[in-house]
Design a protein around this ligand. Sequence first.
Ligand SMILES: *Cc1c(COP(=O)(O)O)cnc(C)c1O
Length: 357
Amino acid sequence: MSKVHNFSAGPCILPQEVLQKASEAVINFNNLNLSLIEISHRSKDFIAVMEKAQSLVKELLNVPDGYSILFLQGGASLGFLKVPLNYLKVDGKAAYVNTGVWASKALKEAQQLGEVLEIASSKDKNFNYIPKNYQIPGDADYLHITTNNTIFGTQFKNIPISRIPLIADMSSDIFSKKIDVSKFDMIYAGAQKNMGPAGTTLYIVKDSLLGKTGRKIPTMLDLAVHIKGESMFNTPPVFPIYVSMLTLQWLKDNGGVEWIEGINQQKADLMYSEIDNNPLFEGTANKADRSNMNATFVLKNENLKDEFDKMWKAAGISGIVGHRDVGGYRASMYNALPLESVQALVDVMKAFAVKFG
Ligand SMILES: *Cc1c(COP(=O)(O)O)cnc(C)c1O
């Protein structure tokens, strides 16, 4: 098999050894002569997987006591609705920072349930920066942010200091760097950007903030129900949870979040330095707010598009076509993408500049 450099924005690249182990478990799990996906989720073998996945999340992110770890279904997109259902008081209001497509979708779901204050937005410049210096209303029930804007390639470098509960969609940068979980009241993240395959969504929930809305919450959307059910209120998505567990174990075995943060910084530095120094390209995100996960860039001369596309495809590069809202290119550099893949893309960009610059 020839090597593919997989820059997919999501679902994303996973470590090769994780895919190998996952494929083995589909055939014969734990030497039971049964597949992982054909045994009871209440069997001791699967309960051990769930408990291991939860404890790895706690360990890797240093999650303090008083938080529960859930692996639920519905994607981060259902999280957009679970947030106001579980945290927006019946007569309350919620504050949102609008930094892109996902943030806008989260905001829109909250609007269905109550008053939403869009306290800051970067929509005026097609979301190419992270707003700063905004007031966080002290009387809102919570502040919602999207820590990494997958589509536009921006990332919060500083988490807002908030006196009200802070809720974050971390789908595309969780486990990519150290975070202080104690600053957040709820974190949610779809697995398929940096943790595993699509099909499960991680929730890190501060227990003490639940049950305060005065709202009747449909059972499956009630986080307290899932906490009480130890993330097994109904049949959990066993395969995505298993693969996520393997990926988190891979991260831990290699040195954890601190280790990957250093590598992710190296990859981002290499990528952005080429974008800035190559005469044929320019970045689309504000430099101070650039994402270490998703680097967005365009050709200065669109007429060269076919030539560039031919070159990167020939080099075994996959998945760098930009989102339709931004155009151009997006190199997604999630945890499992090796530095050598970024180097391969940079080499193509350099060769392209030699040929057409
Ligand atoms: C991909 C993504 C989502 C959507 O996730 P789904 O699991 O497909 O619902 C939400 N937020 C961010 C930041 C994302 O990158």
